[in-house]
Design a protein around this ligand. Structure first.
Ligand code: HEC
Length: 268
């Protein structure tokens, strides 16, 4: 029977692969209830939402926030927003090539020692909006816009927290709360005061699939995109978790069968 206990432990361990991590402590602000397609053990990224989220990132966030760990070609990897089954190699995908063509990157030095600009290729990483952190702070009243690559995982309740942050700006702070110059009132942010001005307003982007671009919709979509960026292998990992579970289950049945067969003539 010990074998059984061991197998059960292994199944439980494989089950952990499917989890999305502990959801306990909060960032200190008020969280709004929100639900995402990628939650839970069956959850996958809603590709249409992630594609719209990429558009929101491009048009509403990318001039302040970098995403330096993500290469343009990653957008076409399996499980990514722009994965194309007909072109599993993202470097050859027309969609990814078209996205790369939207960017210009700095390269060099050339033969004369000068840096130069050129159109991006799928293998390039997302270009950063500022040359360094100091330049980023100088343009944002001293506050540093954090890099998006891992941000969803770097905050407790990442998706809910960022969704709440983006949808909780209020023009007026409640009485007794003093907002310093250049700061904005946002009850989802720890302390209620954030250096980021409200980044989203109604119909800021025009979605090509006809979805109405409300602030809530854009926040939901950009969080889906950011969640993918922070955990691009989630779908592959969950699939693997299920395969391991099924394998272990079959293994346990086989073991039980052979245990019965081996001991069938022995009194025990
Ligand atoms: C004008 C520049 C600017 C734009 C545009 C902008 N942000 Fe920010 N963002 C900032 C700054 C500055 C901070 C740091 C705020 C602070 O520490 O007070 C920040 C912080 C954040 C944080 C982190 C909060 C935390 O817990 O530390 C998130 C999440 C965020 N922004 C999301 C977004 C999203 C999503 C968009 C696009 C829809 C966006 N931002 C657009 C400047 C910007």
């Amino acid at each position: 029977m010990r074998l059984f206990t061991l197998t059960a432990t292994l199944i439980a361990a494989a089950g952990l692969c499917l989890g999305t991590g502990p959801a306990t402590a909060s960032e200190g602000g008020e969280l709004k209830a929100s639900h995402f397609s990628f939650e839970g053990v069956y959850g996958t990224y809603d590709k249409a939402a992630a594609q719209r989220g990429f558009q929101v990132y491009q048009e509403a966030c990318s001039f302040c926030h970098s995403m330096s760990l993500v290469a343009i070609r990653n957008l076409g990897d399996p499980g990514a927003p722009f994965y194309d089954e007909e072109h599993p190699n993202p470097n050859e995908s027309p969609v990814i090539k078209a996205i790369a063509a939207m960017f210009t990157v700095t390269d060099g030095p050339d033969i004369e020692g000068d840096m130069f600009e050129r159109p991006a290729r799928p293998s390039d990483y997302f270009p950063a909006p500022f040359a360094n952190d100091q330049a980023a702070r100088a343009s944002n009243g001293g506050a540093l816009p954090p890099d998006f690559s891992m941000l969803v995982r770097a905050r407790a309740h990442g998706p809910q927290y960022i969704y709440s942050l983006l949808t909780s700006y209020a023009d007026e702070a409640p009485e007794g709360v003093e907002i310093r110059d250049g700061m904005n009132y946002n009850p989802a942010f720890k302390g209620g005061m954030i250096g980021m001005p409200p980044p989203l307003f109604e119909e800021q982007v025009e979605y090509s699939d006809g979805t109405h671009a409300s602030v809530e919709q854009m926040a939901h979509d950009v969080v889906t995109f950011m969640a993918w960026a922070a955990d691009p292998k989630m779908e592959v990992r969950k699939r693997m978790g299920w395969m391991v579970m099924i394998y272990l289950l079959i293994f346990a049945l086989l073991m039980y069968g052979s245990y019965k067969a081996v001991w069938r003539d022995v009194e025990h």
